[in-house]
Design a protein around this ligand. Structure first.
Ligand SMILES: Cc1cc2nc3c(=O)[nH]c(=O)nc-3n(C[C@H](O)[C@H](O)[C@H](O)COP(=O)(O)OP(=O)(O)OC[C@H]3O[C@@H](n4cnc5c(N)ncnc54)[C@H](O)[C@@H]3O)c2cc1C
Length: 417
């Protein structure tokens, strides 16, 4: 931490040590007069899940955090396919032009991203086994944080980086609710050598679909291969016991959802070693009208701020962008949270609004298309699932350059102040 006598001293409590919390800590460590501590509920910081996609937007923020060069493992994903999981028909193929410079898109092991971030965080600033239980608004004195183990600390600013089931959000936005979307995800990693005899197409990153399920295959580097499969069931019927997030499940339980697939795909699922599957129930919640609360003493970053359950496959990137922007806003306003937090809100809230709007319009288009098909066959339903993605300009997400976004805001502020 650097010290500057003209800048307010700020005690920051970051709740959660996922990509959002770690990136926030790294970004805050580069600005003056902030002492930030991460409080993480886990005994050991480790990612659950299998792989993670890192595209241009995520590379941009990793570069700004100084972490990009530390993340050295992953598999390039220049080619991506969508396939019919029952017939094997190829439905779409995207070949991104390989860039001669810069970093290309990769699929990496989640643990690699986490350890790369962690290696840039001062270990003395991380407290493990600290599960936030409650927060109390102490007015001008800040926020009191009460942890499950009885520890109590105070902070001037609380950063809720505690994921989709955020205690920070549930405390400061007590009416907010997330609900089971009906989608359950099962993820596993296994050696590519164990499956490579099955089908050469399994070596290409891609999705194999039925109307209500898909199976995703990708290399993730270091000889490992990922399966991320998901199935949708009516949440009105299946929501009761859906609390799972990274819990181990039996192979037979997973395989039962994918019986319609090609035999090679079913065989790939069957080759996951017992104990290798983890189950994740996808929850989502509505758009927030503000990402800050309690008179600018609480701010949400990452999944807590936009409960979309990984809808864009880039949520770790969004979480890290949040952390970086928060640090720029604080630095710009010399840690005056009454100005910095509204600025953070003004930059990030419309971005998340645009995501909610995009998802709603895609869902409408899909429903309208299904209506025109009348009584669609299996294959028509599968085609309809992916047809709306074609050609849509999603560069505002996947090519987002958060540094440019910040520069434009800083210029605008310079003109108006
Ligand atoms: C199936 C799926 C696939 C995805 N694929 C991708 C992808 O390819 N690329 C990508 O960028 N993103 C992807 N995402 C999204 C990405 O995983 C999340 O957006 C990202 O992990 C969010 O980071 P976060 O730091 O906000 O939250 P999290 O990663 O959820 O971290 C929250 C942390 O807070 C801790 N915590 C929670 N409650 C408390 C508490 N009360 N007290 C203390 N600590 C607490 C947790 O233990 C955890 O360490 C995917 C998501 C899903 C579900």
């Amino acid at each position: 931490m650097t010290v500057d006598a003209s800048v307010r001293q700020l005690r920051v409590a970051i709740i959660g040590g996922g990509p959002g919390g770690l990136a926030t800590a790294i970004a805050l460590s580069k600005i003056p007069n902030v002492s930030a501590t991460i409080y993480e509920q886990a005994k050991v910081l480790r990612e659950v899940g299998a792989g993670i996609s890192i595209g241009s937007n995520t590379w941009n923020v990793l570069q700004l955090l100084g972490v990009a060069d530390t993340l050295t493992s992953g598999h390039p994903t220049w080619t991506i396919v969508n396939m019919n999981g029952r017939s094997g028909e190829e439905l779409s193929r995207r070949e991104k032009p390989e860039l001669p410079v810069g970093r290309g898109p990769i699929r990496a092991q989640r643990t690699k991203l986490q350890s790369a971030l962690l290696s840039h965080v001062n270990p003395d600033t991380i407290q493990l086994s600290r599960k936030l239980h409650r927060m109390v608004d102490k007015g001008s004195e800040g926020v009191e944080l009460q942890f499950k183990d009885g520890t109590v600390v105070e902070a001037d600013l609380v950063v809720g980086a505690d994921g989709i089931r955020s205690v920070v959000r549930d405390t400061a936005w007590p009416d907010y609710e997330i609900k089971f979307t009906g989608t359950t995800i099962w993820r596993a990693l296994l050696p590519w050598n164990d499956v490579k005899d099955l089908d050469p197409r399994f070596g290409i990153t891609g999705w194999w679909h039925t109307p209500t399920t898909h199976v995703y295959f990708s290399h993730v580097g270091e000889g490992l291969w990922e399966i991320a499969s998901r199935a949708w069931q009516d949440p009105a019927i299946h929501s009761a016991n859906k609390k799972s997030w990274g819990v181990p499940v039996e192979n037979a339980h997973v395989e039962a959802h994918f019986t319609e697939y090609l035999p090679e795909i079913r065989e790939a699922l069957a080759r996951v070693p017992p104990g290798g599957w983890r189950e994740f129930a996808a929850f989502a919640g509505p758009e927030l009208s503000q990402l800050t609360a309690w008179n600018n003493k609480v701010v949400l970053v990452g999944d807590s701020s936009h409960a979309l359950s990984g809808a864009f496959g880039s949520g770790a990137g969004f979480a890290m962008e949040d952390g970086w922007i928060l640090a720029q806003a604080l630095a710009y306003w010399k840690n005056d949270t009454s100005k910095a937090l509204p600025l953070f809100d003004a930059i990030r809230l419309p971005y998340y609004s645009r995501m909610y709007a995009h998802l709603a319009s895609e869902a409408d288009k899909r429903t309208a298309k299904l209506k025109t098909l009348g009584n669609p066959s299996f294959d028509e339903q599968v085609k309809n699932k992916i047809i709306t993605d074609g050609g849509k300009d999603m560069s505002w997400i996947y090519q987002n350059n958060i540094e440019l976004v910040w520069k434009e805001w800083a210029e605008q502020l310079g003109r108006t102040s």
